[in-house]
Design a protein around this ligand. Structure first.
Ligand code: ADP
Length: 408
């Protein structure tokens, strides 16, 4: 087996556990403050036909393993496989902690938390808020705690960055007793926005205190209004369904549609969940694909309409967020579509021309960091996101603080 040797390096295992897949990366400490990705990969087909794949930092394949027919190892055995593979392959790297991407922190978790039995129990209580994600995040923590009880684990929340938004950004106009129960807007993609908040002052120091709209456009998509690196408002709400259309989710939809579907078409909660999480968005409108690349390469009118609808809502929400925070000093695109789609960036910018947004087509095509013209009143940037690095940083910091507290 190939081995990647890094002598005497402490590293963090980053885990993003989903229903049938588990994405991972190993990020090692590099010097006093730096972090360097070593490997990344995923275990897919959990529960059906598992497959383990890993790549090095330059994205060269290191492993691709499938289990023989009839053998279907469970989540715990697959995590075992991952840890054994890391131990055999990454010689010289010592895992000192594991960091988990956790979708929902509810009202309680406003910062990364060291995983303890009490924290895992508290996370169980949040399952009703994120039934499709939270159980898998917790299952990965429990499995890892069993296999490797000495390894500190840290939960990093996608909601935490939005925790201190103004009241009016967090509150639905519904009776207060429901709000008090936790029926409120939380927002997601917080680890991505937090990473951008760290990067932006390096890219454009003059924007350190600016009003910035960040468009995280991936297969899930949302926008965030940031002032001075803090979240002021965001398009996702109680769940990751609100806001702009996504690969398979519709974004904001008149709730009256749901009442209509229940009354007139007999939809139950499961049917609505399937419609809203898996059958809508780019896929539903195009009838072809949830992948922006497929739609951009298609001649079908419905594919072009899906792209247009997506861009329409992204621009509309960007303007709404500018109003929410009272200004717009910069626009940032990030995540799969935001980083890679010249077409989406250019259509969104055209729709925001009235706000003073003007792209430089050559810079946009070249995926330059700054893609607006010198004259553009609102500068526009493309900044690749790195949620894994953010999780590793939080995890290593949280573990260091806990160790210092114990020593004190
Ligand atoms: P996730 O939300 O799963 O993390 P990503 O941020 O990785 O998603 O984004 C994945 C999406 O990015 C893909 O579904 C695809 O639509 C889009 N994408 C990736 N590369 C390109 C490209 N070159 N052009 C247009 N869209 C792209």
């Amino acid at each position: 087996m190939a081995s990647l040797s890094h002598s005497g390096q402490d590293a963090c295992l980053v885990i993003n556990a989903g229903s049938s897949s588990l994405k991972f990366s190993v990020i090692r400490k590099d010097g006093a403050t730096g972090l360097e990705p070593v490997v990344s990969g995923q275990i897919s087909g959990i529960g059906t036909a598992p497959r383990f794949e890993a790549k090095d930092a330059a994205r060269h394949p290191l492993a691709d393993h499938r289990w023989p027919d009839g053998e279907n190892p469970g989540r715990s055995a697959l995590l075992h496989h991952l840890l054994d593979w890391i131990a055999e392959t990454l010689t010289g790297v010592t895992l000192v902690a594991a960091g988990h991407r956790v979708v929902h922190g509810g009202t309680r978790f406003s910062a990364p938390a060291l995983v303890t039995p009490a924290v895992m129990d508290a996370l169980e209580g949040l399952i009703p808020l994120a039934p499709l994600h939270e159980p898998h995040n917790i299952a990965a923590m429990r499995a890892l705690a069993e296999i490797y009880p000495g390894l500190p684990q840290v939960a990093c929340f996608d909601t935490a960055f939005h925790h201190d938004q103004p009241w009016q950004s967090q509150t639905f106009a519904i009776p207060r007793d429901l709000t008090a129960e936790g029926v409120r807007r939380y927002g997601f993609h917080g680890l991505s926005y937090e990473y951008i908040a760290h990067r932006l002052p390096q890219v454009a120091p003059e924007l350190a205190d600016g009003h910035v709209v960040v468009c995280h456009l991936g297969s899930g998509a949302s926008l965030c209004a940031m002032r001075g690196g803090r979240s002021i408002d965001t398009t996702m709400g109680f769940t990751a369904l609100d806001g702009v259309p996504m690969g398979t989710r519709p974004g904001a939809i008149d709730p009256g549609v749901l009442i209509y579907l229940m009354r007139e078409k007999g939809y139950g909660a499961d049917d609505l969940e399937k419609l809203l999480y898996h059958k809508s968005g780019l896929l539903g409108v195009s009838g072809l694909s949830n992948d922006m690349r497929d739609l951009e390469n298609s001649d079908a009118p419905a594919a072009a309409e899906a792209v247009e609808l997506f861009c329409h809502h992204v621009a509309k929400q960007a303007a709404a967020l500018a109003a929410s925070m009272g200004g717009l000093d910069a626009l940032v695109f990030t995540a799969g579509v935001g980083e890679n789609s010249t077409l989406v960036r250019s259509r969104v910018a055209e729709k925001l021309a009235w706000l003073g947004v003007a792209l430089d087509p050559a810079a946009n095509r070249a995926k330059a960091t700054r893609i607006s013209t010198q004259e553009s009143r609102v500068p526009v940037f493309v900044i690749p996101t790195d949620e894994e690095r953010m999780i590793a940083r939080h995890t290593l910091d949280t573990v260091a603080v806990a160790a210092a507290d114990r020593a004190a």
